[in-house]
Design a protein around this ligand. Structure first.
Ligand code: C2E
Ligand code: CA
Ligand code: CA
Ligand code: CA
Length: 276
């Protein structure tokens, strides 16, 4: 009916209006968050097949003064659209390097590798390589302690430019991990061209590993692929001993997930390290 149609339109319109306002609020708050330093890094252990913690992934947290903790799933996409990911990403890299510097002083932590998520916008900046080098230098960090996580989906545009940048950073010792692997399209041939040290099995394939035969097949294929490329493979989202065992039995080399630790503030991460 006409009335229903009008209501639908009205509803739709109002929703759109609300989401535009919400977006504008969020963008304003995000700018304020950068100014007021409302971000924090949490650290999630990355472990070897024997269970040794080799390092961590740094994951950003936003402590909003009124909304409380906002998930990166809810602000990273907007940060990318607005370009605010550039100052945020630089803050992440800087904080990660400051942490690596602190770890250098202690034999228990000096060999840890810290993985940092890089967004497409950051990587596509003309001076990305210079920014990373300058940050390492400012903090006096061994580049071998830094790992950059790129996603499969960002390797579509300008691939030759990305390969050039990766090669320069790889030559100075930085390592690269390919995040969310399996969710996009990459051929083995194409992966061979990238200076990758690791691929990361997306958690969507790990989640139902025990019950879903096609997820098991995908996971085995990715592990086999990593062996043929002679690089390491890390499974993310490992939550149970059964999942870990299946991955271990099939040749997975590295692990990350709630089974080992949730992402935690630095003091908690260091407590976990001391416990071994
Ligand atoms: P991601 O890089 O794929 O990170 C993995 C996400 O899975 C993290 O969510 C982590 O907390 C979560 N996770 C880890 N282990 C488990 C598990 O065993 N089970 C389950 N269910 N989840 C697990 P988080 O921290 O909310 O981050 C979400 C996404 O936001 C990240 O996905 C990444 O794409 C983005 N992100 C986070 N920090 C940064 C950053 O500093 N820079 C950029 N550009 N993106 C970031
Ligand atoms: Ca990641
Ligand atoms: Ca991922
Ligand atoms: Ca599961």
């Amino acid at each position: 009916s006409k009335a229903a149609g009008r209501n639908t339109w009205h509803f739709f319109n109002k929703t759109m209006q609300e989401s535009i306002i919400a977006r504008a609020d969020m963008e304003r708050d995000l700018r304020k968050a950068i100014e007021d330093n409302q971000f924090q890094l949490h650290y999630q252990a990355q472990v070897s097949s024997s269970g040794q913690t080799l390092g961590a992934e740094a994951l950003i947290r936003w402590q909003h003064p009124e909304r409380g903790q906002v998930s990166p799933f809810n602000f990273i996409p907007l940060a990318e659209e607005t370009g605010l990911i550039l100052p945020i990403g630089q803050w992440v890299l800087d904080s990660a390097c400051a942490q690596l510097k602190a770890w250098q002083k202690n034999p228990l932590t000096q060999d840890l590798v810290l993985a940092v998520n890089i967004s497409a916008k950051q990587l596509h900046q003309e001076d990305f390589v210079e920014q990373v080098k300058a940050t390492l230098k400012r903090h006096d960090i061994n580049p071998a302690r830094l790992k950059l996580e790129l996603t499969e989906s960002m390797l579509v545009e300008n691939i030759s430019d990305i390969i050039t940048k990766m090669n320069i950073l790889s030559k100075i010792g930085i390592s690269f991990s390919l995040d969310d692997f399996g969710t996009g399209y990459s051929s083995l041939q194409y992966l061979k061209k990238l200076p990758l040290n690791q691929i990361k099995i997306d958690q969507s394939f790990v989640r139902d590993l025990i019950t879903d035969a096609s997820d098991r097949a995908i996971v085995r294929t990715i592990i086999t692929m990593s062996h043929s490329l002679d690089i390491s493979v890390i499974a993310e989202g490992v939550e149970t001993v059964e999942e870990r065992q299946y991955l271990l039995d099939n040749g997975c080399t590295h692990y990350q997930g709630y089974l080992f630790s949730k992402p935690v503030p630095i003091n908690e991460f260091e407590v976990l390290l001391k416990k071994g």
